[in-house]
Design a protein around this ligand. Sequence first.
Ligand SMILES: NC(=O)c1ccc[n+]([C@@H]2O[C@H](COP(=O)([O-])OP(=O)(O)OC[C@H]3O[C@@H](n4cnc5c(N)ncnc54)[C@H](O)[C@@H]3O)[C@@H](O)[C@H]2O)c1
Length: 335
Amino acid sequence: MAQKEPINVCVTGAAGQIAYSLLPLICRGNVFGEDQPVNLHLLDITPMMGTVNGVIMELSDCAFELVNKIVATDDPMVAFKDCDAAMLVGAMPRREGMLRKDLLEKNAGIFKVQGAALDKVAKKTVRVVVVGNPANTNALVTSEFAPSIPKSQFTALTHLDQSRARAMVAERAGVNTSQVKNVIIWGNHSSTQYPDVEHAVIVSADGARTSVKKAVGDEAWLHGDFIKAVQTRGAAVIKARKLSSAMSAAKAVADHMHVWWHGTKEGEFTSMGVMTDGSKYGINAGIVFSMPVTIKDGVISVVEGLEISDFSRDKMRATEHELQQERETALKIVQ
Ligand SMILES: NC(=O)c1ccc[n+]([C@@H]2O[C@H](COP(=O)([O-])OP(=O)(O)OC[C@H]3O[C@@H](n4cnc5c(N)ncnc54)[C@H](O)[C@@H]3O)[C@@H](O)[C@H]2O)c1
């Protein structure tokens, strides 16, 4: 029997498809550790509570050892009560013909309410990852309405983009995905994101490191089709599956929170959307921009001093520009 005190973990959008793949990872110990019991707080909207109850029936039937208690609710004030970790997956989905601006409009209101609830009832140390799209700007709105919680506690998911980029590089170089390290996702979780392999390496079994540039040996591909393929991978999955990425998104959320909980390995970094302060890589303050980070004892630090080529600089500017526009639109909506 596990010995540690349970932690409170909130998953929003609990009736949705990402949550369906994410909850077993949490309950098996793949996120917070195999000796860490959890109290699950499951939030969804009122019409979905029947489905949430079905999910709870299945969780119960899984007989997970680490699950101490499950709370199902449609009230963010209940869901975020004393939370140690919050995975904000639930959002209004993008429907056909909907512009990104319309999506922003629908979701800014949701994340305003959730930010205010986190502010009132969550632990001040709560670690928040926003998954629901547009994830970066939703994270910004959430933190704006939770002023008593440090900005460093709010992140946006770009780990899925990072995993996609690593997998594509691995396939091209003929190695296992796990050997590809230090791929960076800069900027927005959108088609302007910049997957950057200029600092990425392939690590062989004996620890030798080869730059991805050298291992792949095709700069035209790395600067062209590769970037495009990562940027549009979500759409490609929808086309093939007739549903958006869920298993891979859930795995990425789990990995994002796992690395936040347990730290990055020596010599490695990971990417996540973090609040900018204007002092890193010339990116303006006040947006949630994906950056390379290291993590120790739960503290996220942006990797500093990486050389940025002119090619990279241009790509970073484009995604920064989009995030600044999203910020303006979202903050106007919620004022
Ligand atoms: N950042 C990323 O890498 C990434 C990757 C994949 C998907 N996503 C996004 O994640 C989100 C969830 O995807 P999904 O496939 O699970 O969608 P889904 O439609 O299957 O589930 C979403 C759930 O959220 C719920 N919801 C809506 N409004 C809510 C609110 N105010 N509070 C609580 N719950 C609410 C819905 O009722 C639904 O059960 C979408 O916005 C999707 O675009 C992000």
